[in-house]
Design a protein around this ligand. Structure first.
Ligand code: KG4
Ligand code: ZN
Length: 344
């Protein structure tokens, strides 16, 4: 089965083609970062409009990359949520229309299911079950993944996502948008211990996160002080250390609680060098293993949507012609492919 995947839930327009026999045949991503950067964050209306302009040409290009004519596409998978509702509706409407025109089934995929299954795009995919640490600009959660459609959210952020906290702190230090990578680079030159920030919720049991207090601690630390390069580097270092320690401790706790030994790390913050090294060390020491899918499969992409959609379409799931999208969609509502009603 050849599945066309479409992802438009936020600020990336992405299109991929995934074949059940041959794997990933095309994978295109267009990032809107330059469009939103002057505004210091994603502007939903601008995002929707740009998706409209780019999506159809990108589908044509992806089909050309795969060397396939539309006639041999057997199904279409699009991200139906969660995400920005206007942006989601662009992908939903295009997917439905093409499905109708080509006479093939269409399925709405949960964006996080895509992220959780993305490791399967790698040749050395981790076996189920595993614990996934999903850390991006929009999400921060720990999920027990028992198999396709078998997800148990172990903990999630009560306020800001980890990437959001990186970006907001970077903004405070005048590092532009999205500032996560710049803040990480600055932290490389900073000294540990000059600024000690709180490790949010580490003293409490459970696996939830909270990062707004950490951001406030940074605000308080820099308030009224002249920000020279040295001081900014030390603040960045202190912030990153607090973030890394929190994420590592909770991930270990999740492995311990579930008795699972495999950890999969996904999302943009998973690119952070110190986080990767600390996780690798801590999990290996605890007798487990860590998997980092390659960066293009960790950040938003349509390959993961095509793969997840393929699993569901191949199991006979399909929907009527309504273009569906949900801004909010609890992951726990999903079921195994072919088992029960579509949960959209
Ligand atoms: O998964 P992702 O590409 O996209 C969305 O969330 O939409 O994640 C982007 C987030 C941003 O907040 C960015 O600042 C953060 O990941 N990020 C990093 C690093 N690289 C990207 N944060 C910390 N250290 C990094 N090296
Ligand atoms: Zn995402």
């Amino acid at each position: 089965m050849n599945v066309l995947g479409i992802e438009t839930s936020c600020d990336e327009t992405a299109v991929a083609v995934y074949s059940g026999d041959r794997g990933l045949l095309a994978n295109r991503v267009f990032s809107q970062i330059a469009l939103h950067a002057p505004h210091g964050g994603v502007v939903p209306e601008l995002a929707s409009r740009d998706h409209i302009e780019r999506l159809l040409p990108m589908i044509e290009a992806a089909l050309a990359d795969a060397g396939l004519q539309p006639q041999v596409i057997d199904g279409i998978a699009y991200t139906a949520g969660p995400g920005l509702i206007g942006a989601l509706l662009v992908g939903a409407t295009v997917a439905r229309s093409l499905g109708y025109a080509w006479g093939v089934p269409v399925i709405g995929v949960h964006h996080l299911e895509g992220h959780l299954l993305a490791p399967a795009l790698e040749p050395d995919a981790p076996e189920f079950p595993f614990v996934a640490l999903q850390v991006s600009g929009g999400h921060t959660l720990l999920v027990e993944v028992g198999g396709i459609g078998d997800y148990r959210v172990l903990g999630e952020t009560q306020d800001d996502a980890a990437g959001e906290a990186f970006d907001k702190t970077a903004k405070l230090l005048g590092l532009g948008y999205p500032g996560g990578p710049a803040l990480a680079a600055l932290a490389e030159t900073g000294t540990d211990g000059v600024f000690e920030f709180p490790r949010p919720m580490l003293d409490r049991p459970g696996l939830d996160f909270s990062f707004s207090g950490l951001k406030t601690a940074v605000v308080v630390a820099v308030r009224g002080r002249t920000q020279d390069e040295r001081m900014r580097a030390d603040v960045a270092r202190g912030f990153e250390s607090a973030m890394v320690e929190t994420l590592v401790t909770k991930s270990l706790r999740a492995l311990h609680q579930t008795g699972i030994t495999r950890l999969v790390v996904a999302g943009g913050v998973g690119a952070n060098r110190r986080l990767r090294e600390a996780l690798a060390r801590a999990v290996t020491d605890a007798g487990g293993s860590v998997h980092f899918p390659r960066p293009e499969f960790c950040t938003d992409n349509a390959a993961m949507i095509a793969l997840a959609g393929h699993a569901r379409l191949a199991a006979g799931e399909h929907e009527d012609l309504t273009a569906r999208a949900r801004a909010r969609w609890p992951l726990d509502e999903l079921r195994a492919p072919g088992k029960g009603v579509a949960s959209l």
